[in-house]
Design a binder for this molecule. Structure first.
Ligand code: S0N
Length: 284
């Protein structure tokens, strides 16, 4: 007998935005969707500002453990996109222009927020993940691709490049040779090629993408939140230099705060006495 697939979440809107949708399931999941399908979900400064806000709200909500990050679609012409990168129509001479005309590259802020979010972010990629959109999917902890997914870089063709996570972390994920090929040749790669090079975790039929993402998310949610957040920080520490070590150390500090030893230091200060750590062994 074919197993009955688990029901999809009853998503509830968790905020009013212009360029994105932010929804929660009420049982541990959030879904953040780029919502400019007619622009292939390209991001302008406002889009990024809204994404940063939604991800920060996820950070501050202790009931949420996993975020599904995706692109709304399809567009009216039937084409799906995760994200086609920076909106070239608002690209001024010094950056992406916000409503007041200030040049910005605020997607770098978003990259760091996703990277250091102490929760699991799963990219659900249907259709195009191009340019800065490909980098956003790369920065998610896990990535599931629909069979129609298309990945690629265009920077050297459209006069830009992402020399941070977009180059260095890509090389960590797919290897130096493939990363150089992706950037230098600006080719497109289908879902099967992306899976073969380790760019995504799995490929599923388009109609199953959300259900699969929810299933993966629910598996994560069964596990220890502290173990997961420490592991994420540990993976980042291996690649992110002192900023990564700071994250991992921050997790250790959070755990230390919860010990009687950590609390004795605080209590002694507040009680204006010398701290007494004598009950704590110097363990091997
Ligand atoms: C995605 C593509 C391949 C889809 O092709 P298709 O299906 O033929 O659709 P189109 O007719 O081309 O597009 C439909 C409508 O959507 C608009 N549109 C699509 N992409 C963009 C975009 N990126 N910006 C603005 N508009 C976009 C089209 O214009 C069209 O609208 P209408 O009908 O009104 O004309 C194809 O669309 C494509 O190749 N898109 C461009 C992909 C691209 O080059 N993206 C930019 C790459 N660069 C970045 O993302 C850099 C940003 C960045 O993250 C960054 C980060 C760190 C450091 C530096 C940077 C940096 O700036 O480089």
């Amino acid at each position: 007998m074919t197993p009955v697939p688990p029901p999809l979440p009853n998503w509830t809107s968790a905020g009013t935005y212009t360029d994105i949708r932010f929804e929660t399931s009420g049982d541990g999941l959030a879904r953040i969707s780029l919502n400019r399908p007619e622009k292939r979900n390209a991001f302008r400064p406002l889009t990024v500002q809204e994404l940063c806000d939604a991800f920060n709200r996820v950070r501050d909500d202790p009931s949420i453990g996993v975020v599904l990050f995706t692109g709304a679609g399809p567009a009216a012409d039937g084409v799906w996109s995760f994200c086609a990168g920076g909106d070239q129509s608002v690209r001024g001479d010094g950056g992406y222009l916000d409503d007041s005309g200030l040049p910005r590259l605020n997607v770098l802020d978003l990259q760091r927020i996703i990277r250091s979010l102490p929760k699991v972010v799963i990219a659900l990629v249907a259709g195009y993940a191009i340019g800065g959109g490909q980098v956003l999917h790369l920065l998610c902890d896990l990535s599931l691709a629909a069979e129609n997914a298309v990945f690629g870089q265009t920077g050297p063709r459209v006069g830009s490049f992402d020399g941070g996570f977009g180059a260095g972390y890509l090389a960590r994920v797919v290897g130096q040779r493939k990363a150089r090929e992706i950037w230098f040749l600006c080719r497109r790669y289908d879902a099967a090629q992306a899976l073969a090079m380790g760019l995504v975790n799995a490929v599923v039929p388009l109609e199953d993408l959300e259900r699969e993402g929810v299933a993966w998310a629910r598996e994560v949610l069964q596990h220890s939140p502290t173990a997961i957040r420490c592991l994420k920080a540990a993976f980042n520490a291996e690649t992110d230099g002192l900023a990564g070590i700071q994250e991992l150390a921050g997790q250790a500090t959070h755990l230390f705060y919860r010990t009687s030893e950590g609390q004795e230091g605080r209590n002694a200060f507040l009680e204006k006495r010398d701290p007494d750590f004598s009950g704590n062994a110097w363990l091997p």
